[in-house]
Design a protein around this ligand. Structure first.
Ligand code: NAD
Length: 362
């Protein structure tokens, strides 16, 4: 049965990096007979310019019908401060996340051996690093109520938010983490603050329950303060980390910085079906847009995640990732990851090299 992939360029370097990821997806589709059908749509600033909304109705319909969505990135100075908040490019991203109930954010932090020197940590600490952070994206303290700023009897103002997670919310993110771990290193580390917060005590209890359905996956727990420290001291101890919205926001940024190369980091946001939204972790890089120098590898690896999590084509995903590793072995680098003795290539040359490596694989 054919699967429907919605491809959206977005703003800035979006069109350039998406063109390369699309080449790769088309090549793997033909080679592996995946039966993917490609549809195009618009999201972000250019969508606003054309349709008057960053998440136009037409895109909404296509997004709801898609099995998976591959996206570039949103935003740029031309839209900054010129439109109302709900019409800004970034609002389009928030709209689609809530429209499709994309509650699970998957952010891998991968350091290819070939690029370990780019990390701010010692190369031996990060070479071969491969962590997946699974962050709950639609609940927790960012959305919980009551919230606000109130005035106390003594006239002093007090700000307050509420961290809330229901059993079902914890269970569904837990399942995403355990499912992912089954396809990887079979270890889940659940991160919480159960020594202080009741919401974390429940979180821990439900994670233990979920673990019973995954006897092949090892579950451990870690307090968030220790997890932040361990990510820097010994990051390779982790396989999958699962955590709530606030802790995940912070830890996923920390983990991504361990790798040292923003142009290399993919991401996925999934809902309860296998539908997913895949995009690079970086932004639209308006400073280099249109120059043909952007690194397309984060987007290409987002396409690999799309194959793994929404299409059920894990073998094809592995092949795409292996092809990326091969072009790095060949010494090819875009400007952002360039180092002495390597060969600097353009966005399109990098995409072509990945396709070539992919097609050469047996
Ligand atoms: P950015 O990630 O776009 O860029 C930060 C730096 O990294 C820039 O110097 C840029 O040139 C470089 N960079 C980023 N991606 C690269 C790539 N693939 N290859 C080579 N170099 C790359 O972050 P920013 O400058 O803070 O934001 C620019 C715009 O992107 C803003 O409008 C922001 O709102 C938006 N943004 C969007 C997303 C998203 O779409 N999810 C995420 C973050 C920022």
């Amino acid at each position: 049965m054919s699967k429907n992939v919605l491809i959206m360029e977005g703003d800035g370097i979006g069109p350039e990096i998406i063109a390369e990821a699309r080449k790769v997806l088309e090549a793997v589709n033909d080679k592996d007979g995946l039966g993917l059908d490609f549809v195009e749509g618009m999201l972000g600033g250019r969508a606003y310019d054309k349709h008057g909304h960053p998440y136009p109705e037409e895109t909404r319909e296509k997004a709801r019908a898609a099995d998976a969505i591959l996206f570039g990135s949103v935003g740029g100075p031309q839209w900054d401060g010129k439109t109302e908040r709900h019409l800004r490019p970034e609002a389009g991203l928030l709209d689609i996340r809530s429209d499709l109930d994309l509650f699970a954010n998957l952010r891998p932090a991968i350091t290819f051996e070939q690029l370990a020197d780019a990390s701010p940590l010692k190369p031996e600490l990060v070479a071969g690093l491969d962590i997946l952070i699974v962050r709950e994206l639609t609940g927790g303290i960012y959305f919980g109520g009551p919230r606000g700023v109130r005035t106390l009897e003594n006239g002093e103002r007090q700000g307050f938010n509420t961290d809330v997670y229901s059993e079902s919310e914890i269970r569904r993110i837990g399942k995403v983490a355990f499912d992912a771990a089954q396809k990887r290193g079979k270890k889940v580390c659940s991160v919480d603050k159960a020594n202080v917060m009741e919401v974390s005590v429940l979180w821990r209890e439900i994670m233990e329950e979920v673990a019973k359905d995954y006897p092949d996956v090892e579950l451990s727990h870690m307090y968030v303060d220790n997890a932040a420290m361990q990510l820097v001291v010994n990051p390779k101890q982790f396989d999958v980390m699962v955590t709530g919205n606030l802790f995940g926001d912070i830890l996923s940024d920390e983990a991504s910085m361990l790798t040292g190369s923003i142009g290399m980091l993919p991401s996925a946001s999934l809902n309860e079906g296998s539908q997913g939204f895949y995009e690079p972790s970086h932004g639209s890089a308006p400073d280099i847009a249109g120059q043909g120098v952007a690194n397309p590898l984060a987007t290409i690896m987002s396409a690999a995640m799309l194959l793994r999590y929404s299409i059920g084509a894990g073998e094809s995903a592995n092949r795409v990732e292996a092809a990326v590793s091969q072009v790095l072995d060949q010494g090819l680098r875009t400007g952002d990851i360039m180092s002495e003795g390597m060969t600097q290539v353009s966005t399109a040359e990098m995409g072509d090299a990945v396709v070539k490596a992919l097609l050469a694989e047996s």
